[in-house]
Design a protein around this ligand. Structure first.
Ligand code: ADP
Ligand code: MG
Length: 677
């Protein structure tokens, strides 16, 4: 392929034609002799090409609807305005149809991405496009088209005949599918805009290709054994002081409290804060060393770590503050010592089972939820707030700059870890996005993804529409969609969705329906909106249940189903209602909500609330193939301690509890992607 800045349209079209993509019949004219155009069927299109002529219409270099006899004059007119024109492409004018854009662009993190959408002159205004990472499957291609806001234009709108969608899908596969054009192009940007789609097929009437330098794709590393990272037999802390307590001393105290065998590394002292000290890592018999010395000294410390499988560098001051050389030196030191490096610029590891910790306040319960976080501070919050809300962690690992050990590598290992049943990921820069994507695709466990700090700056610099429309947020949506991960938008939802998987992860649900039940018409209407926003359909109740509901005193018949729940009502009513419905039609999820305020406005009525929670617990136990979720609306109206007790009752039965309908809806939507029969 040519290495010049842009390849001329007719050259790209030759390539397309060879690959089986229909393009208009045309001829190239360099000398103003348009005789060869006599072979073409009118009407004709005249397009100039030349160096720097990228957006032809903007430059007045495209004329439609010509007869062969008009060509010389039209060409002369263009040339008088654009003296640098190198030649002309004359081609047959395709019949009008739906104009689409199809493109491929190389995303900095994830590599080649296919874009498809409504194209032509409206492309930038409509911004109605879909993205998928290459290679796309046929299912992806169809999904892309169906996801367009304007997709009805393809399927026959207002009497227009439907376009040949199979031909569009074939085109998408030829460009972005396995073995497609994307593999053969040295991709900068590649764009067909428009592709004219009609009932009889598709024609790519414009083609633009800007070659770029394909960065070498790092070969994916075989995942190491991370068990000693999470369950070290002993740990060392480098950097604690005998005179001026610092971060190192803080971690030393956390480890002392956790009760793991511990040694300090100190050049002179025999003991630091009551912990035995050795002069160098070389004489420490540990699986894990935490290094908290100034950045400049870290490489030297790591060089002595031979025999220590994992070294974590807490200190910042490397790549993140503009010192990539020091970071490279650190990685080199770790390679030389034969140790794996965590960080730099990270907090460490938390694993109650292995007495590993980087948080104060003691170890929480050992559980089944893992977290990989690029931010140490955020991981600390998710641990503390998550445990407060009932999460129990298997492994938490912070990776900071991920100079050596990457999130992808950890995810591959966690996917096979018998203690882990769901994984949360907090990422800012995945380093090698492709490796992460591949790891997400092979992981069968539910993965909840929170991505922070993805700037959209720089996108506008792209020369094609395709380049300008591939924003970072949208790439992550595609990654989640294609790899089957759950993308969430906040730390609360990260915790909330993980709590759902912790509670319900091992329940294989029957059916795909979701039932929402609880008091108040207004709350029910808002619940419908919340579930709609989360993309969850609430199907109508089975018709034959209405009689039985009436017998129970329930007059409403919708979904959300309004059923009174309060201090004076019967705690067992909701479970009976659920049973009546689920017996007729299996539901994968039942969301029971309650207005906590109603129990406390006219006195203290904790007991009826607990009775309700116990009744729901009974319903969950009776329905192992349905996932019951509780929403305690207005929980702040309860006296201190009540919420904890409700959560305790629910947790014992494997019921997750949310404070808002929106949070529950996000979790239930996520749950729909896993474990339904
Ligand atoms: P630009 O460089 O401005 O994108 P195009 O080659 O896309 O130039 O031409 C501009 C517009 O002219 C297209 O969006 C399309 O609507 C129309 N057009 C161009 N070539 C053809 C053709 N062969 N048949 C039908 N319409 C065409
Ligand atoms: Mg165009």
């Amino acid at each position: 392929m040519s290495a010049r800045a842009s390849v001329y349209e007719h050259e790209v079209k030759a390539l397309l034609s060879e690959a089986g993509v229909p393009v208009p019949r045309g001829v190239v004219v360099r000398d103003l002799d348009f005789g060869a155009a006599g072979e073409l069927a009118e009407p004709l299109v005249l397009k100039a090409f030349g160096p720097g002529l990228v957006h032809k219409s903007d430059a007045g270099a495209v004329v439609l609807g010509l007869r062969a006899a008009d060509l010389p004059a039209a060409a002369a007119e263009i040339r008088s305005r654009l003296p640098d024109v190198a030649g002309f492409l004359v081609e047959e004018q395709a019949a009008a149809g739906v104009e689409l854009i199809v493109g491929v662009v190389r995303d900095a993190a994830f590599g080649p991405v296919l874009l498809a959408g409504l194209g032509g002159v409206w492309t930038e205004v409509l911004r109605d496009t879909a993205l998928r990472l290459c290679p796309v499957s046929e299912r992806d291609a169809r999904g892309m088209l169906a996801s367009l806001r304007g997709s009805r234009l393809l399927y026959g709108h207002r009497g227009a005949p439907p376009v040949d969608v199979d031909a569009v899908v074939k085109l998408l596969m030829t460009v972005g599918g396995p073995g497609g054009l994307w593999e053969r192009l040295e991709l900068g940007e590649f764009e067909l805009n428009p592709v004219i789609a009609g009932p009889a097929g598709v024609t790519a009437v414009d083609a633009r290709y800007l070659p770029g330098d394909a960065p070498a794709h790092a070969a994916s590393r075989p995942s190491g054994d991370f068990l000693p990272l999470f369950e070290p037999k002993a740990v060392a802390v480098v950097g604690a002081s005998t005179t001026r307590p610092n971060f190192g001393n803080m971690f030393l105290e956390f480890y002392k409290a956790a009760g793991i065998p511990l040694v300090a590394v100190h050049p002179e002292a025999e003991e630091v804060a009551g912990v035995r000290a050795v002069p160098s890592l070389a004489s420490a018999d540990v699986d894990y060393a935490l290094v908290a010395v100034p950045a400049a000294r870290c490489p030297e410390v790591v060089r002595q770590a031979a025999g220590v499988p994992f070294v974590q560098v807490m200190s910042g001051g490397f790549g993140e503050t503009g010192d990539p050389e020091l970071e490279a030196e650190l990685v080199e030191a770790a390679r030389a010592a034969g140790t794996r490096l965590l960080g730099p610029n990270c907090m460490g590891v938390y694993s109650p089972r292995g007495r590993q910790t980087f948080v104060g306040g003691g170890l929480g319960p050992a559980g089944s939820v893992a977290l990989v976080s690029q931010s140490g501070g955020l991981a600390g919050e998710v641990i503390k707030v998550g445990e407060r809300r009932g999460l129990a962690f298997s492994r938490v690992v912070t990776v900071g700059n991920a100079a050596d050990v990457t999130p992808a590598e950890l995810l591959r290992w966690l996917a096979r870890d018998p203690e882990t049943r769901a994984v949360g990921l907090y990422l800012e820069d995945p380093r090698d996005g492709r490796e992460l994507y591949d790891a997400l695709r092979v992981t069968k466990l539910p993965v909840v993804l929170l991505v922070g700090g993805r700037s959209e700056q720089g996108q506008e610099a792209a020369a094609s529409h395709t380049g300008g429309m591939v924003s970072d947020r949208r790439i992550w949506e595609s990654v989640a969609e294609q790899a089957g991960a759950v993308l969430v938008a906040s730390q609360d939802d990260l915790i909330g969705v993980l709590a759902y998987f912790q509670a319900h992860g091992s329940r294989v649900a029957d059916g795909d329906g979701v039932l929402v039940v609880g008091p108040s018409g207004g709350a029910s209407v808002l619940a419908a909106d919340a579930f709609d926003a989360a993309g969850v359909r609430l199907d109508p109740l089975p018709g034959d249940v209405l009689g039985e509901l009436r017998g129970l005193g329930v007059m409403a018949a919708g979904n959300p189903l309004e059923v009174p729940v309060g201090p004076l009502g019967r705690a067992g009513l909701v479970p009976e209602v659920i049973d009546a419905i689920v017996r007729r039609r299996p539901c994968r999820d039942v969301v029971a909500h309650v207005n906590v305020q109603a129990f406390f406005t006219y006195g203290h009525a904790a007991e009826p609330l607990y009775a309700y929670a116990r009744a729901l617990a009974g319903a969950q136990e009776a329905l192992p193939r349905t996932r019951v979720t509780l929403v305690t609306r207005n929980g702040e109206c309860a006296p201190p301690g009540v919420d904890d007790e409700v959560r305790r009752i629910a947790a014992a039965a494997g019921i997750p509890v949310y404070r808002t309908m929106e949070a529950a809806a996000v979790a239930v939507a996520a749950g729909g992607r896993y474990g339904t029969a």
